[in-house]
Design a protein. Structure first.
Length: 397
C-alpha cells in the first residue's frame, strides 16, 4: 500500500513540474515580441523609372489655315475618312494669283506675235535686200554715162554702192537678231512667272503627307478667325501607330536607353496595360517655364506602343514604367530594411534577441531590395522591422 502511495506522489509531482514549466514558458514568451523572419533569397528583379506621359500619334499631320494661300474654298474630307498619302484635304481660292496667270497668258500671246513679226522681217531682208535698203536703185547700162564719153576711164572693179548696200542689210539683220533674242528672253521670263503662279495655285490644294484617318475637322478655323490662337482645321493621324511622350528627371535620364522595355498603363482603364519600347531619349533638357525654377532639368522621353489593340485616343494621360536594369540577385523584402543617417540596416535574430546589422544595397523594386553585402544565407532576418529595436527580445513565429 505504501508503495502505491509513493508512486502516486511521484506522478503528481511530475504533473506539477510539467504544468509549472509550461506556465513559465508562457510567461517568458509573453515578454518577447512575436516576429516573422526570412532569409536572403535569389530572385530576378528589374529596376524601373516611372514617368507620366500623354498618348499621341506616331504619324500625324496638322493642317492650319494659311492666309498667304487665299481663302479656303472647300474642305475636301470629313471626320473619320480614310486617306492615303497624296489625297487632297483642303482647297484654297486666290483670285489675285488666278488673274496673274491670265495676265501671263495674255502677255505670252502678245510676245509670240511680236517674235513672229521680227522673224518675218528678218526673212524679208534676206530675200529682198534692195527693197528693204531704202536708197536709190543701182544705175542700169542704158543710163551709164561712160557710153557717152568714150574718153572716160572705165570704172574700177567692184561697185562701192554694192559694198554700202551689203553693210546696210547686215546692220538690219543684226538689229533684228538682237530684237529676237530680247523677245525670246522676255518670253522665257513670262513663262517662269506663269509656272510660279500655277505652282502657287497647285500648292493651294493641301494634300495628305501620310496614310491615316481624318480624326478632327474644325470648320471655324478654315475662316482664319482664330489666328491669335491657331488650331488645326484638319487633323490626320495613323491609328495603327501610337506613341507616349513624357518627361523624366536628369537623374533618371542617365538610366534610360533606346529599346528599353516599357509597361504602359492609364487610369482611364485601370485593369489594362500595354507593351511599349523606348524610342527617343532627348540629349537636350526641356526649357523651364519659370525663371526661378530650381527643381532641376527634365528630359523628354518617347515610347512607341507595340500593342496594336490599344483603344485609347490621343491625348489620354498615360504612365510609363521603363525597365532600366534586370538581373538575378539576392534580395530581402523591402519592409525589412531600415535607414538612418544614410546607413542601411536590418535586424537579425540572435539568441532570441534582435540584433542590428548594417548592409549594402543596390536595386530596389516596389517589393524587394537587393542586398550586396552585410548578410549571409544563414542569417535569420526579421521580415518587418517596424517597431523592432536593437537588443529587444523576440520570439520567432
Amino acid at each position: 500500500m505504501k508503495k502505491k502511495w509513493i508512486i502516486a506522489s511521484l506522478v503528481t509531482a511530475i504533473i506539477i513540474i510539467f504544468i509549472g514549466l509550461n506556465v513559465w514558458n508562457k510567461t517568458a514568451s509573453s515578454n518577447a515580441d512575436q516576429v516573422e523572419t526570412t532569409n536572403l533569397k535569389e530572385q530576378e528583379i528589374n529596376e524601373t523609372v516611372m514617368a507620366p506621359g500623354k498618348l499621341k500619334f506616331a504619324d500625324e499631320q496638322n493642317v492650319y489655315f494659311q492666309e498667304d494661300k487665299g481663302e479656303v474654298d472647300e474642305l475636301l474630307v470629313e471626320e473619320g475618312d480614310k486617306v492615303e498619302k497624296g489625297d487632297k484635304l483642303v482647297r484654297y481660292e486666290n483670285k489675285d494669283i488666278e488673274n496673274e496667270v491670265k495676265q501671263n497668258e495674255s502677255q505670252l500671246n502678245s510676245d509670240y506675235l511680236e517674235l513672229e513679226n521680227i522673224q518675218k522681217q528678218r526673212e524679208d531682208v534676206k530675200e529682198n535686200p534692195t527693197e528693204n535698203q531704202g536708197g536709190e536703185e543701182t544705175p542700169t547700162e542704158e543710163d551709164d554715162p561712160a557710153e557717152d564719153d568714150g574718153d572716160a576711164a572705165a570704172p574700177p572693179e567692184g561697185n562701192p554702192d554694192d559694198s554700202q548696200e551689203n553693210g546696210d542689210v547686215q546692220s538690219q539683220l543684226d538689229d533684228l537678231d538682237l530684237q529676237e533674242r530680247q523677245k525670246e528672253s522676255e518670253i522665257e521670263q513670262t513663262k517662269r512667272e506663269k509656272e510660279a503662279n500655277e505652282q502657287k495655285i497647285a500648292d493651294a490644294t493641301v494634300t495628305s503627307d501620310i496614310d491615316g484617318t481624318v480624326v478632327a475637322i474644325d470648320k471655324d478655323e478654315s475662316t482664319g478667325a482664330g489666328q491669335s490662337d491657331p488650331k488645326p482645321m484638319v487633323q490626320v493621324g495613323s491609328l495603327d501607330s501610337m506613341r507616349v511622350e513624357g518627361d523624366v528627371s536628369e537623374y533618371d535620364a542617365l538610366k534610360i536607353k533606346e529599346e528599353q522595355s516599357v509597361e504602359l498603363t492609364s487610369d482611364a482603364v485601370p485593369d489594362e496595360s500595354w507593351e511599349g519600347e523606348v524610342d527617343v531619349i532627348s540629349d537636350l533638357p526641356e526649357e523651364s517655364e519659370g525663371e526661378d525654377d530650381d527643381s532641376g532639368a527634365t528630359y523628354e522621353v518617347e515610347a512607341k506602343v507595340k500593342d496594336d489593340d490599344i483603344e485609347l485616343k490621343p491625348g489620354f494621360e498615360m504612365l510609363m514604367e521603363i525597365e532600366t536594369a534586370n538581373k538575378k540577385t539576392e534580395v530581402l523584402p523591402i519592409m525589412a530594411l531600415e535607414q538612418e543617417d544614410d546607413t542601411d540596416f536590418v535586424y537579425v535574430v540572435n539568441d532570441g534577441q534582435a540584433e542590428r546589422k548594417e548592409v549594402q544595397t543596390d536595386m530596389t523594386t516596389n517589393d524587394v531590395i537587393e542586398i550586396t553585402d552585410g548578410l549571409s544565407d544563414e542569417d535569420v532576418v526579421i521580415k518587418d522591422s517596424d517597431g523592432v529595436e536593437d537588443g529587444m527580445e523576440v520570439d520567432v513565429e
